[in-house]
Design a protein around this ligand. Sequence first.
Ligand code: XMP
Length: 338
Amino acid sequence: DWTMPGFVDEAVSRIREQVGQDRVILGLSGGVDSSVAAALIHRAIGDQLTCVFVDHGLLRLNEAEQVMDIFARNLGVRVVHVDASAEFMGELVGVSDPEAKRKVIGREFVHLFQREAGKIEDAKWLAQGTIYPDVIESAGAKGKKAHTIKSHHNVGGLPDTLHLKLLEPLRDLFKDEVRELGVALGLPREMVYRHPFPGPGLGVRILGEVKAEHADLLRRADAIFIEELRGTKATARDAAADLCAEGDVGRNWYDLTSQAFAVFLPVRSVGVMGDGRTYEHVVALRAVQTSDFMTAHWAHLPHELLGRVSNRIINEVRGLNRVVYDISGKPPATIEWE
Ligand code: XMP
């Protein structure tokens, strides 16, 4: 029978056997898979593991601090924190096409990761948080030549240029098993059960050209939305209005949605504040429910919750004076706006 403690013990001895005295590098993104891989490998080989956290400056509010808190301070993992926001912003000047932005961010990411990895002497292994669905997907893609609607970036190709062997301890696990493993390894539940976040980060949630000041506004609006979702539980009235199932009463709206975030729209509209007229930017809120992210419904969030989020964003984030809610399904819309 498969048990989590049994899996941890087995995985730890397998990693020790594979790696021996060698050093291992891992690209930490703050996402669930790379985080769990890091925690597991650290459990097995401690300081033989060095994580490289390339911070592109397009993360959510306080995310870089959280990653450093959890890994470097709490777990004692060696993490090289590369604060590369300035480089990324520089490369993104004048780039407004969504796929062009993905390419710039992906290329810069690989470049910086290679540069930092190259500094870690006599590393023999590159660890990745590849999970079973990734293995299946890339096997399928080889045969079929996957039809890409959006080019998803990862660190593919790195083992070749870095001459490293691949260490992928999560290859046999499904997502829910990876999450369970993360909790068993002491990662905060809140991190392990987080909504997915795209590799290019806020770069594809700021429509058009990415500007640092827009990223700042978006981060603050997004944090308010997420805080309210986490802090608001579904009620019997919500269930009676068919916004959720009876069994979901008492669960919070963050857990009742599959992905939720704010999007920065680079247009301005007129508003009033006190005696004055404002002319500021707009954010759209997006919340979806889905089982596979291939199709999705927009989430029927309670109106009071949406109203509270809107009021807070407009009152607390100077520079935003209008909030709209996205009611498009996938298809025909995608989950992200770019
Ligand atoms: P779409 O927008 O295509 O998104 O409906 C489906 C899921 O994929 C995520 N996504 C990405 N993830 N790099 C990623 O790592 C990307 O470039 C990217 N684009 C979309 C999206 O957040 C959603 O979960």
